[in-house]
Write a protein that binds this ligand. Sequence first.
Ligand code: UDP
Length: 370
Amino acid sequence: MYDYLIVGAGLFGATFANLAKASGKSVLVIDKRDHIAGNVYSKKIENINVHVYGAHIFHTNNKEVFDYLSKFTTFNRFTNSPVANFKGELYSLPFNMYTFNKMWGIITPEEAFKKIKEQKKKAGIVNPKNLEEQAISLVGTDIYEKLIKGYTEKQWGRSCKELPPSIIKRLPVRFTYDNNYFNALYQGVPIGGYTKMVEKMLDGIEVRLGWDYLKDKSYYDSLADRIVYTGPVDAYFNFSLGALEYRTVRFENEVLETDNYQGNAVVNYTDIDTPFTRIIEHKWFEFGLDENGNDIPKSVVSREYSQEWKQGDEPYYPLNDTKNSELYNKYKELASLEEKVIFGGRLAQYRYFDMDAVVAQAISIFKQYC
Ligand code: UDP
């Protein structure tokens, strides 16, 4: 009998397990996959840490979270500066003076501001009601048409008119020459990879891989006083109220006999005709160097395709539209009645979570219960 059975060895599960163990509780972590680290799992291919479930760049303003994770890893100084490729025209991201200069040939913030104001006025937007209106009011129609519309519609499989403004608010808009994608105080990628970091978090904790909680729930429930469940909330309740919808992502990975394919970690393809949303060249998260500081002669790239999720696919992005949010709220009520179970993380709380928010939530829930 354990104090805690933790279902899922991703960031939420690993944080909770680590804190519980440190406070003297007995803990068993299980995961149905054959590896730890959930979607931040990284795997070495050709001496490059490949982000197997998509690029993860850690960024946070939360010092407690940063200090906590820094006990298990050292973050390098990687700064995310994606490049947008629109039919061969390259633009800087996030939207900043470099983007405005390339788009309109303007030089000063005042000129950029004026241009955006004109375009917003012409589009007749006062109170933005959807992502399209929000985007135009932030950066004008030209940038919306070339850098936002196609990318967003490929990523979400829906028209920008049907999507909430909140999605685009994740991105900073700057009237300075600054290509840093995030405004966070702390940013980087764990040296040696995310898997190594999570391994350290789970150090000394019993972990069983290939154990599927939902396949034999009553048996697993009998193993511990409390369950920490980090899987999909609808699956926990056997989809009794219906299935929540997600976007899933498919990656086409390729090992290349070149040492530099695209010159940047992330290149977004923002037109609607290119079928993938972005190409990740993993070595650049660690400056093209191996763990001994040597140049790596090859490269690994992943083309990322966004698709509608169906049963059996990996759930990635929750679709927090009205219909799904209402359904989630009903599951949340059911979850609150499960006295023995703590529901935490992206899938159990059906939220578009950044990594730091997941860790912060695990710390806060742990403090609440233990
Ligand atoms: N976005 C965009 N063009 C880009 C990059 C991002 O329009 O080149 C918008 C788009 O609406 C997207 C959102 O910003 O859904 C968040 O994108 P990001 O790539 O940051 O999401 P991630 O998948 O990394 O969480």
